[in-house]
Design a protein around this ligand. Structure first.
Ligand code: AMP
Length: 278
């Protein structure tokens, strides 16, 4: 059956208050791909009613970012979600989410200032605020999010804990193309040759694992070899960081279970990826 489309906050929250059963929620910015759909499938497996939101949240983009060109295709998204038997699609308007006179913002200290927070200083404030609003409207039992945005996952878990939301986050693995490129709505911006260059993100993460397997544990040495590989592919590094996956703190020596994340600019597109070192 076709999912019920709802764009009013009031209607969405009234519906949710009357639902019986476990509610699974998947927040997205639309232009759905197999990464998003893996979250929806997991939600279908673990909950009784699945709600997907599609909202390109303007407050998580800064002035020089790609808000106006961010890819959108609501018809296709609806078709994909119909195929997965989603119950509700929530797609509110900006006027509803941020009406005139809107003044309230949420933030999480410290862990929003590292990694992506360095080059996107206002990004997480927008993410945390919109997700808290969506959770208040929907009040889900479980919220499904991808490890692709690993820092976002950790930041939102902290917010949920600190603000006593009852929702639990389910982290889901990164879905990749056959050649290793992590799926992202922004891959659409890449030219044919850019798409090839973009493989250096995943390749450099796999190189890090290989070096670790050979006994190299110095974060600096590993980052230096990853840097060479990325620069050989004519891409620009925003950051490469080796960190503890609970605290997001830099660690000078890699151990099994630590994470490496990176943001790299390919052509004009900033892409992110990460790996858990095993
Ligand atoms: P977005 O539409 O980019 O805001 O992403 C919505 C959700 O999909 C977030 O929880 C992302 O982490 C997740 N996601 C995006 N790409 C992937 C991927 N390749 N694999 C798994 N989850 C993903």
């Amino acid at each position: 059956m076709k999912p019920k489309l709802i764009n009013s906050i009031e209607e969405m929250s009234t519906v949710c208050r009357q639902l019986k059963g476990k509610i699974g929620f998947v927040p997205t910015m639309g232009f759905l791909h197999a990464g998003h759909l893996s979250l929806v499938s997991e939600a279908k497996r673990k909950t009784d009613i699945v709600i997907v939101s599609i909202y390109v949240n303007p407050t998580q983009f800064s002035a020089n970012e790609d808000l106006s060109s961010y890819p959108r295709n609501i018809e296709r998204d609806i078709e994909l979600l119909t195929n997965l038997d989603v119950d509700y699609i929530f797609f509110p308007t900006d006027e509803q989410m941020y009406p005139d006179g809107y003044k309230t913002w949420l933030n999480v200290d410290k862990i929003t200032q590292v990694l992506c927070g360095r080059s996107r200083p206002t990004h997480f404030r927008g993410v945390i605020t919109i997700v808290a609003k969506l959770m208040n409207i929907i009040d889900p039992d479980l919220m499904f999010m991808g490890e692709k945005d690993f820092q976002q996952l950790v930041v939102l878990k902290q917010m949920i804990k600190d603000l006593n939301f009852r929702t639990k986050i389910v982290g889901c693995p990164i879905i990749r193309e056959k050649d290793g490129l992590a799926l992202s709505s922004r891959n659409k911006y890449l030219s044919y040759s850019g798409r090839k260059k973009a493989l250096c993100l995943n390749k450099s993460l796999l190189l890090a694992q290989k070096l670790f397997n050979r006994g190299i544990i110095s974060s600096n040495k590993i980052i230096s070899q990853m840097t060479d590989l990325i620069e050989e592919n004519e891409c620009i590094i925003d950051y490469i960081e080796v960190f503890d996956q609970n605290t997001l703190e830099h660690i000078p020596k890699l151990i099994s279970g630590s994470r490496i994340a990176l943001a790299v600019i390919v052509e004009n597109t900033r892409l992110i990826d990460n790996i858990k070192i095993l």
